[in-house]
Design a protein around this ligand. Structure first.
Ligand SMILES: Cc1cc2nc3c(=O)[nH]c(=O)nc-3n(C[C@H](O)[C@H](O)[C@H](O)COP(=O)(O)O)c2cc1C
Ligand SMILES: Nc1ncnc2c1ncn2[C@@H]1O[C@H](COP(=O)(O)OP(=O)(O)OP(=O)(O)O)[C@@H](O)[C@H]1O
Length: 308
């Protein structure tokens, strides 16, 4: 899969493709249905399938502090899109210039001049352009004049409710990991590289791997029962996602994972942490002793659930 960052990096050889546009945060089952349609049209026309995404996502640009948490950081999203058979991703910086493009300008500059789109696949509720003025009807009439076809994919629902990134954030917030798995078509996980921590964990009997979140607001907070595949073996453990109020952290959220019965070195490795169950909220304890006792109880609860 090829990643093109910004319109200015598109070359003449990139012209001629089938495309879809959106945030694709989480690459959930609704997105996967759109991507399956994209693949079908790509094969039919013998053209590469291209996904246009934005970084930051529009709501993160408009309201950085009020934006919803991310289900997938860019790297995770790209890996999932690749696994869905996407040939190319055009990642556009969402900035003032982009937000001010009218729907017509967006079609002309991105879809026609940039990508030479022959077929566009969108969800039935898709809107774009300055003030979200572009919609499916607008795209269809643009298609007629510019020579591309447009298809609105049917809504994918679960239990009668549309699958969306917003719904997934709610479901994860409620700790319903079984439902999250149905909406995602895979278990929910967060992946990242293991960084060096403050080495305090081992002194309180809880050595942890610190998974880098790159200051992105995660959709989960608290203590969870988790698992990680390591060198072909399923390792079971617990994780804390939070700001570690007891030890006065750096103000940003951390993901720390303790794997049971494991003593290997994980520094620098990339872990994909799968979440199974919420055990409790993160708390501010009055002492390290109290924190240590709580973590010990978390370990016992998780071990019991895992049957260890
Ligand atoms: C299972 C588990 C539960 C945790 N719960 C809390 C908590 O409720 N409150 C808190 O401030 N920190 C909590 N922590 C984070 C610890 O403060 C942190 O792991 C410890 O400070 C070690 O940090 P270090 O690995 O950077 O040295 C928890 C960690 C684990 C592994
Ligand atoms: N359940 C679904 N069924 C069909 N199409 C969908 C579904 N969810 C999203 N899409 C389509 O996939 C594309 C990308 O969607 P996008 O990530 O922007 O929205 P979303 O998943 O609904 O998230 P949000 O909850 O933030 O609105 C859009 O064309 C959208 O209409």
């Amino acid at each position: 899969m090829e990643l093109v960052r910004g319109l200015h990096n598109l070359r003449p050889r990139h012209r001629g493709c089938v495309a879809t546009i959106g945030n694709f945060d989480g690459v959930h089952a609704g997105h996967q249905a759109i991507l399956a349609r994209l693949r079908a049209h790509s094969e039919r026309l013998g053209l590469p399938g291209c996904v246009v995404i934005f970084e930051p996502q529009p709501r993160e640009y408009f309201a950085p502090d009020a934006a919803p948490p991310r289900l997938t950081r860019l790297r995770e999203k790209l890996a999932l899109l690749q696994a869905q058979g996407v040939d190319r991703v055009l990642c556009l910086a969402f900035n003032r210039r982009l937000r001010e493009l009218s729907a017509e300008q967006f079609v002309q500059q991105v879809l026609i001049d940039g990508l030479g789109v022959k077929h566009l696949e969108v969800g039935d509720d898709f809107r774009f352009g300055c003030d979200r003025s572009g919609d499916f009807a607008f795209l269809q009439s643009s298609g007629v004049s510019h020579g591309f076809t447009v298809e609105a994919a049917n809504t994918v629902a679960e239990s009668g409710e549309r699958i969306s990134s917003t719904r997934l954030r709610q479901v994860l917030g409620e700790g319903d990991f079984a439902l999250a798995e149905r909406l995602l078509g895979r278990p929910f996980s967060i992946s990242g590289r293991v960084l060096h921590g403050q080495q305090l964990g081992r002194t309180i009997g809880a050595p942890t791997a610190n998974v880098q979140l790159k200051r992105v607001n995660p959709p989960l907070h608290g203590v969870y029962r988790v698992s990680v595949m390591l060198d072909g073996e399923l390792r079971k453990g617990v994780a804390n996602i939070g700001k570690r109020p007891t030890v006065a952290g750096d103000g940003s959220a951390h993901l720390e994972v303790h794997l049971f019965d494991f003593a290997g070195d994980l520094y620098g490795r990339r872990l994909d942490v799968v979440f199974h169950e919420k055990l409790r909220d993160e708390q501010r304890f009055d002492s390290l002793d109290a924190l240590q006792a709580a973590i010990k109880a978390d370990f016992a609860a998780a071990r019991a659930q895992w049957g260890l």
